[in-house]
Ligand binder design. Structure first.
Ligand SMILES: Nc1ncnc2c1ncn2[C@@H]1O[C@H](COP(=O)(O)OP(=O)(O)OP(=O)(O)O)[C@@H](O)[C@H]1O
Length: 350
C-alpha cells in the first residue's frame, strides 16, 4: 500500500517536482566586437555591428529529472554562454535559473555542489596526469583521500583509461584529453552533469564509452545530463529532448522525433554531380533554384511526390550520367533547424 503523499500531489506540483532545472527569461549580452576580437576577426567599423551581442536572448527551459537533454545549435548560437550561466560561471544580465530548488543567479557558488561540469577547454587540468586530474577533482568535490582514490580508480577502469593514467593530459591526443577530462567530471557523483560538446574529437569507441557511462549514471543514480552539441546525428540518436538554439533564442524544444515530425511532409534529396550540373536539361534547370548548393552537392528539400517524380526523372533520363551519387533521406534535425528559420549552416551531420 502506498501511503506516501507523493501520489496525492496535484499535477502542477508533481510536474515541478520532476523538473531539475528551470530557466526563465535568461538574457546575457556581450559588448559587440569583444567576441570578434576574441576570435581574431577584424571589426568593420561602428555601423557593422550592433552595440551589444545578445548571446542569450530571453531563454526559457525546463530540464526534467533523469533526462538526457541536449542544446543543439550552430557556432555562435549561444550554447556555451547558456551553460556557463547554468554552471554559475557567468552572471546573467536578467532572468532566473532554478537548479534543484537553488537560485543560481543569486547563489552561483552552489552550482559547484550540484553540477559536474565539463567545459569546452580544460586548461586547469592540463598540467596534471589523467590519474591525478580525476583524484584532485574528487578531493575538490569533498571526497576524503581514500574515497577520491577509489573513485579515481573506478572511473579510469570504467572508461578504460588505465594505460594512459600516468600521462600528463597536455601530452595526450585531442580525443584522449577529452575522455580524460570527462572522467574527471564524473568523479564525486553530482546529481546534474553539464557537458559542453563532450565527444568532440573522440573516435567511435570513446564516444560509446561516454554514452554508456552517462547511461549508467542515469539508471543507477538518477543523474540528469544536460549537454551541448552541434552534431545532428548525435542529437538524434542519444538525446531524450533537444532545445534548438539560434542567435541566443530557443527556436524549438521537443524530442528528436517530435522535432522531426515538424518536417515530416518533406524528404531530403542530395545530388552530387561528377562535374558541372547539366543545366541545359530542363528538369535540372527547374531544380536549380530550389537547391542549396555546396560545391558539387545540391541539397533539395521536397514534398514526397515531388521527390519521387524527381528521382524517377533523374534515374531514367540523361541527367543520370552526370550524377556521381544521390541519396534520398527522411529529414534530419538540420532540416528542422532550417525549416524553423535557422540562419546558419553550421550543424554537423556526422
Ligand atoms: N567573451 C565574449 N565576449 C564577447 N562576445 C562573446 C564572448 N563569448 C561569446 N561571445 C559571443 O556570443 C555569441 C554566442 O557565443 P557562444 O560561445 O555562447 O556560442 P556557441 O553556440 O557556444 O558557439 P560554438 O559552437 O562556437 O562554441 C557569439 O556571437 C559570440 O561571438
Amino acid at each position: 500500500m502506498n501511503t506516501g503523499t507523493e501520489d496525492k500531489a496535484p499535477p502542477a506540483v508533481a510536474a515541478a517536482r520532476d523538473t531539475v532545472c528551470t530557466v526563465r527569461g535568461l538574457i546575457r549580452t556581450y559588448p559587440a566586437g569583444s567576441g570578434a576580437r576574441r576570435r581574431g576577426l577584424r571589426r568593420r567599423g561602428p555601423a557593422a555591428e550592433p552595440a551589444l551581442v545578445r548571446a542569450s536572448d530571453g531563454i526559457d527551459l525546463d530540464v526534467r529529472r533523469g533526462e538526457l537533454f541536449g542544446i543543439l545549435g550552430p557556432n555562435g548560437a549561444g550554447k556555451t554562454t547558456l551553460v556557463r550561466q547554468l554552471t554559475g560561471l557567468l552572471r546573467p544580465d536578467a532572468g532566473s535559473i532554478d537548479l534543484l530548488g537553488h537560485d543560481l543567479v543569486r547563489h552561483p557558488d552552489r552550482a559547484a555542489r550540484l553540477i559536474g561540469y565539463l567545459g569546452q577547454e580544460s586548461i586547469a587540468l592540463d598540467e596534471l596526469t589523467v590519474s591525478l586530474a580525476a583524484e584532485t577533482t574528487g578531493r575538490l568535490r569533498g571526497l576524503g583521500a581514500a574515497a577520491a582514490r577509489a573513485a579515481r580508480d573506478a572511473v579510469l577502469d570504467e572508461l578504460e583509461l588505465g594505460t594512459i593514467a600516468s600521462r600528463p593530459i597536455k601530452r595526450l591526443s585531442g580525443g584522449q584529453r577529452r575522455l580524460a577530462c570527462f572522467a574527471a567530471a564524473l568523479v564525486g557523483e553530482r546529481p546534474v552533469l553539464v557537458l559542453d560538446e563532450p565527444t568532440t574529437g573522440m573516435d567511435p569507441v570513446a564516444r560509446r564509452a561516454v554514452w554508456a557511462a552517462l547511461g549508467r549514471r542515469r539508471t543507477e543514480n538518477g543523474a540528469t545530463v544536460l549537454l551541448v552539441t552541434h552534431n545532428v546525428i548525435e542529437a538524434e540518436t542519444v538525446l531524450d529532448r533537444v532545445a534548438v538554439l539560434d542567435h541566443g533564442r530557443v527556436i524549438a524544444c521537443d524530442t528528436p522525433a517530435g522535432l522531426r515530425a515538424l518536417v515530416a511532409d518533406e524528404v531530403r534529396l542530395d545530388l552530387v554531380w561528377r562535374t558541372d550540373p547539366p543545366l541545359d536539361l530542363p528538369e535540372i534547370a527547374a531544380l536549380h533554384p530550389l537547391a542549396d548548393i555546396a560545391g558539387r552537392r545540391w541539397t533539395l528539400r521536397l514534398p514526397h511526390d515531388h521527390a519521387r517524380t524527381t528521382v524517377a526523372q533523374l534515374t531514367a533520363g540523361p541527367a543520370y550520367a552526370s550524377l556521381d551519387d544521390f541519396t534520398l533521406a527522411t529529414p534530419s534535425l538540420e532540416d528542422v533547424y532550417l525549416a524553423l528559420g535557422g540562419r546558419s549552416k553550421g550543424l554537423v551531420k556526422s
